[in-house]
Design a protein around this ligand. Structure first.
Ligand code: PLP
Length: 308
């Protein structure tokens, strides 16, 4: 029998449903006002990666937005486990979402809203197709500014993505396949779902501020510390990519992904660079070996109402 949850599973209103049937209330401010916070954690070979770090970041960001989650941390953890159990795959992409919810009819005060929690799980997906990952991505540097940190805190994993979406169209028009945005001073920030790194003379650099503190970015810092690679957050003018030996993207959706052209020009010799390839291999082999891993519980926790 085919698994009704095989294409994805959602958790809404204390219940699980196939992701294609999942519906959110139209009047939830998460939708009407992008008043939401999300976190995305992945499962690889049956292991969640940095699950507690993701739960911590999710809670930190809810606190920043003055939202509360109707489920406690253990309940959230169990919901995520239950989603992956239902999907029944070794590899998965799991997103938890907190929204402002709805106020009483006619009220415009966010304090009157009842905050909501949603989550879903789909088969693992990556920013880069296997083919693009093998040859390296074609990146475009957009002149669109990322929403400034003074307006929206970039360390909140929010859905203010119109700048990214328009940047993607710009990238496609210019023959690229993904995009990185700049800040108001023309320095690099991040792209739709990833942080960016460059390699120059054996040293890694990545934008220090105005970006999400990506979990994969943090993981790259750890891998560099372990392998004695110099890696530092700094200010990177957009033009700095042109003189780089290697460029890569980091994301839960794909890990460490090489970029081999920037604005149509080759990076280095036009092939994924040696340091990028080494870090990419190390990342996946350490994950497969259980590094920062939490196994998906086979059985639901007894007496947990959220898992019925
Ligand atoms: N920057 C933005 C804007 C993102 O949306 C994401 C992930 O979705 C990232 C960076 C990478 O973060 P992580 O490594 O936690 O997936």
């Amino acid at each position: 029998m085919t698994n009704p949850f095989g294409d994805g599973v959602a958790f809404i209103d204390d219940d699980y449903c196939p992701v294609a049937e999942a519906r959110i209330p139209l009047l939830d401010w998460g939708f009407l006002r992008s008043d939401a916070n999300q976190d995305t954690v992945t499962v690889w070979k049956g292991l969640f990666f940095r699950l507690d770090d993701h739960l911590d970041r999710f809670q930190r960001n809810l606190d920043k937005l003055r939202m509360t989650c109707p489920y406690g941390r253990d309940e959230q953890r169990e919901i995520l486990m239950a989603l992956v159990r239902r999907l029944d795959r070794e590899d998965a992409y799991v997103q938890m979402i907190g929204t402002r919810g709805r106020p009483p009819v006619g009220v415009r005060d966010p304090r009157a809203c009842v905050n909501r929690y949603y989550a879903f799980c789909i088969p693992y997906m990556s920013i880069a197709t296997p083919e693009a990952r093998a040859r390296g991505l074609h990146l475009v540097v957009s002149d669109i500014c990322r929403v400034p940190p003074e307006s929206v805190d970039p360390t909140v994993k929010h859905y203010h993505w119109l700048d990214f979406e328009m940047g993607l169209f710009q990238a496609y028009d210019r023959g690229g396949e993904t995009v990185v945005l700049v800040d108001r001073d023309g320095n690099l920030t991040e792209g739709p779902g990833f942080n960016i790194f460059r390699v120059r003379d054996g040293r890694l650099e990545t934008p220090a501020g105005g970006v999400l503190d990506g979990m994969t970015r943090k993981t790259v810092f750890e891998l560099c510390a372990e392998t004695n690679v110099d890696c530092r957050p700094t200010t990177l003018p957009a033009a700095s990519l042109a003189g780089s030996d290697e460029v890569f993207l980091s994301s839960s959706a794909g890990g460490i992904m090489p970029v081999t052209t920037v604005d149509g020009r080759r990076v280095g010799d036009g092939a994924p660079g040696p340091l990028t390839t080494r870090l990419d291999k190390l990342y996946w082999s350490k994950r497969a070996a259980g590094w920062h891993g939490t196994p998906v519980d086979v059985e639901p926790a007894a007496g947990d109402a959220a898992t019925s």
